[in-house]
Ligand binder design. Structure first.
Ligand code: CU
Length: 153
């Protein structure tokens, strides 16, 4: 009797296994869970073990403000769900999404990570570097027009 039951279980597993093809799970996220980043990413990428059938709803909040653009599947790799971010403030990011796997099953996921606030002094230093570079380019352009220097690169 037990042997018969085991044989039945083995048969059910053997029959059920091919049906599981297309079922998927999340294998990686970018950023990684719990990451602490110096700047906000432009997008969140969720990679699944199998190609996904359809992108569902996605929500990304930073201190209650939603910063998610419309989620879509990567046209080059249907395992990848791409959630663009419409803003990149410092703070704690919480992403939630839902996809429909190729077998029709719904799969939901969640991710949190942090974008650190940049110290004010560093922002000013970076802005100063950009302004200096812009002035250098401008001066190079003026010299090139005047024929007194090399053309700007
Ligand atoms: Cu499934």
């Amino acid at each position: 009797m037990i042997r018969g039951a085991l044989a039945l279980v083995a048969l059910v597993v053997a029959v059920a296994a091919p049906v599981a093809t297309g079922h998927t799970s999340t294998v990686a996220t970018d950023p990684a869970p719990g990451a602490s980043l110096p700047a906000a990413p432009q997008r969140i990428v969720v990679t699944h073990g199998q190609p996904v059938g359809a992108a569902g709803r996605a929500r990304v909040t930073v201190d209650g403000t939603d910063v998610a653009g419309p989620a879509r599947l990567d046209p080059a790799d249907a395992r990848r769900l791409v959630i663009p971010l419409t803003a990149g403030p410092a703070g704690r990011y919480r992403a939630r999404w839902q996809v429909t796997a190729a077998d029709g099953h719904s799969l939901a996921g969640e991710l949190t990570f942090t974008v650190r606030a940049t110290p004010p002094g560093r922002v000013a230093a970076r802005a100063g570097t950009r302004i200096t570079a812009a002035i250098d380019r401008l001066l190079a352009g003026v010299r090139a027009v005047a024929g007194t220097g090399p053309a700007p690169s």
